[in-house]
Design a protein around this ligand. Sequence first.
Ligand SMILES: C[S@@+](CC[C@H](N)C(=O)[O-])C[C@H]1O[C@@H](n2cnc3c(N)ncnc32)[C@H](O)[C@@H]1O
Length: 312
Amino acid sequence: MSADDHVSVLLTEAVSALAIKPDGIYVDATFGRGGHSREILVRLGAQGRLIALDRDPAAIAAGRAINDDRFVLCHAAFSEIGTVLDELQVGAVDGVLMDIGVSSPQLDEAARGFSFRFDAPLDMRMDTSRGMTAAEWLQQASQQEIERVVRDYGEERFAHAIAKAVVAARVECRIATTGQFAALVEKAVRTREPGQHPATRSFQALRIHINQELEELSLTLPQCVARLAAGGRLVVISFHSLEDRIVKRFMRENAQPPRLPARLPVRAADLPQPVLRLVGKPQYASADEVAANPRARSAVMRIAEKREPCCA
Ligand SMILES: C[S@@+](CC[C@H](N)C(=O)[O-])C[C@H]1O[C@@H](n2cnc3c(N)ncnc32)[C@H](O)[C@@H]1O
């Protein structure tokens, strides 16, 4: 496998969950290296359409290899899904797939600065065409901000010590590389979790913050639902509990009738009906898939369907 390969997680399960209609319009909001997109195209007929998005210019470059009239690939954050569909003059879609998080090429290419496995510039931007790098942010953020990010997004007990160490170190010299940041965190973290590098949590936290990953997800889910046609499916694969919590809450809340104040004189039958129906239970990768691709270990897939207007 080359550094530009990505093994799609829950490939068959996710594409099957979209319940593809051959002439439907689908969105792959996280193209990556196109594993899911290619499988969607296999299942679409001649009149079907697939619109794919990715914020990473390297993913967009890789997608040029797909030469198919039914397919369009756009360089955009998935929170821009509404604007992208408007520009393409697409109203409703029959399904949206989100396979969120980072791709293997992002993690495995040293120069992207996502991993402490390599010593490289501390970049961590998925979209290398815009925004602040992790090194730039660490240089200018306050100690309190760094502590909050490391604590909230890394669920790191030693967030205070790490933030303090960053602020002390950057007076001497800019924290410009993954190696510098990892060494500094390693010193500040006083206990060791078996099988885990002490900087794992802090790297995750920086990545989530730099790419505004949780905000992106929260902004996108309602847009997906607004764009789904009745019977259309929303399929989301997430890789850590902070993301999965947002997806779970969103789907649950939209699959229940709105809560009204008690004693309001409204009959149950007159209450607005929920917009989504949950489809099945959360799905996880099989033991065989995890054995073949350890990244699949933490994947959780949730599926919801937009209800028909007669009952919405
Ligand atoms: C796990 S990979 C997707 C892999 C893909 N399903 C495949 O089979 O090759 C996640 C991809 O989503 C992209 N991504 C993450 N957050 C994004 C966002 N907010 N907007 C657009 N793309 C995003 C990343 O750049 C990465 O390429």
